[in-house]
Design a protein around this ligand. Structure first.
Ligand code: HAM
Length: 413
């Protein structure tokens, strides 16, 4: 019979790889809690319009990459392609916002984007997210970037650089958009791909983010947003940079960084690694002050980031698992039940280790014990069963072997 295989672009994580994910989540949780963040878990499935209204109809994510399907009552649902929209929806729905109040949330979990799978790009991938609501100030953006850098340092990734830009606001961006449109016209619209010809009318910034080589080349000399910022945006951006400079955090200004989602204003940033193939972005984020209002909430500023866990995992060395305390080898099937009960008593005392099922030859059991890396091998056969003893072989020191009563062994732990 044909084997059932996993869906294209979806991945199974076996213990060695899963350990890296647990490690990242644990480190993120510890770091983020030090900055006053609390965990929020939101559903994987949301109404499609949530993403259409927040990420933007003209983005690749909404236009081409969502896992969208009707439910049994023909309502359009979407597997979340990112966490921010759902976190904002939950925040609005919970009515926790009061003017002047700051809320800080982090969230971990799987996201879904129907992209062409390749190294570092999957259809189900995992993100670590952090969002701050209620703070229009530049200090919140700087705090997020400092927290992101602290987290990366904590997990041993000290060499990653942060690219930084400001995308302006609703005041200054229209002038910039017009400058872009004028530039595109000067390059002859026909030379751009079909999507970009449409984007020029609907969302000129998106053209800067196009992956088609011809379009990429055409925008090389396009005007940059940082030459068009209004005074307030200039001051805001200067504050972010000044805090990061004060903290000695290395960043690169990239006036061409526009991000792939439409909700951003002012500060935006990305962390890139050139050691993991063509998908270089390991994290990205920025400010999205208008989104809460657009989704029916109050006037509440917002800023955040997301880290791609698969891409970070590629940069992490294999994690060494803790050495087991014992390996309980049953060499006579008759002792199996007693061995299982003894192993349970060892585990109840907090020890970590494995017990074999059924009987087996001493030779194969000792080979497996060695392979397990356990500190001691405990042997149980017919004699040990009859005498309520266990034979203890030291696996790290002198490899001495002695037989003692099970009760004495347990009492000595
Ligand atoms: P994003 O840049 O779309 O931002 O995604 C964040 C990170 O998720 C990327 O830098 C990348 O590491 C990872 N990622 C994205 N797509 C894939 C994929 N197909 N396979 C593997 N990894 C992927 C957001 O999602 C925003 N919600 C971030 C944010 C939070 N902005 C404000 N708050």
């Amino acid at each position: 019979m044909a084997k059932i295989q996993k869906i294209k672009g979806f991945v199974d994580l076996f213990p060695e790889e899963a350990a890296k994910f647990t490690f990242m989540e644990k480190s993120a949780r510890e770091t983020f809690e030090r900055y006053g963040f609390g965990e929020l878990r939101t559903p994987v499935l949301e109404k499609t319009e949530l993403f259409q209204k927040s990420i933007g109809e003209d983005t690749d994510v909404v236009g081409k990459e969502m896992f969208t399907f009707p439910d049994r009552k023909d309502r359009s649902l979407t597997m979340r392609p990112e966490a921010t929209a759902g976190v904002v929806r939950a925040f609005i729905e919970s009515k926790t916002h009061q003017p002047g109040k700051i809320s800080k949330y982090f969230t971990f979990g799987p996201m879904f984007r129907y992209e062409r799978p390749q190294k570092g790009r999957q259809r189900q991938f995992h993100q670590i997210n952090a969002e701050i609501f209620g703070a229009p100030e530049a200090q919140a953006d700087a705090e997020l970037i400092l927290m992101l850098k602290t987290f990366l340092n904590t997990i041993g990734l000290t060499k990653l650089t942060i690219e930084l830009n400001s995308l302006g606001c609703h005041e200054c961006r229209p002038t910039y958009k017009q400058a872009l449109v004028d530039y595109y016209k000067s390059k002859d619209k026909e030379n751009f791909c079909e999507d970009c010809r449409r984007r020029m009318e609907t969302n000129p910034l998106r053209v800067l983010d196009c992956k088609v080589p011809a379009c990429k080349e055409l925008v090389v000399d396009a005007p940059v947003i940082t030459d068009h910022l209004c005074d307030d945006c200039e001051v805001h951006f200067a504050d972010v940079k000044s805090i990061l400079d004060g903290a000695g955090l290395g960043y690169e200004l990239n006036p061409r960084l526009v991000r792939g989602l439409d909700y951003y204003v002012r500060t935006c940033f990305e962390v890139a690694s050139y050691d993991i193939g063509s998908q270089t972005a390991v994290a990205g984020g920025g400010r999205y002050d208008g989104l809460i209002k657009n989704l029916g909430g109050g006037d509440c500023a917002a800023t955040g980031f997301a880290i791609g866990m698969e891409r970070l995992a590629m940069l992490l060395d294999k994690l060494e698992a803790d050495t087991p305390d014992f390996y309980l080898a049953v060499v006579d099937g008759a002792a199996s039940n007693q061995a299982m009960l003894f192993a349970q008593q060892l585990r109840d005392k907090g020890l970590k280790g494995d017990v074999t099922y059924g009987g087996g030859s001493m030779k194969s059991r000792m080979r497996a014990a060695n392979k397990s890396g356990a500190k001691v091998c405990l042997i149980m056969g017919g004699d040990e069963l009859a005498n309520q003893t266990v034979t203890v072989k030291d696996m790290v020191g002198d490899e001495e072997q002695k037989t003692i009563s099970q009760a004495d062994y347990l009492a000595g732990i």
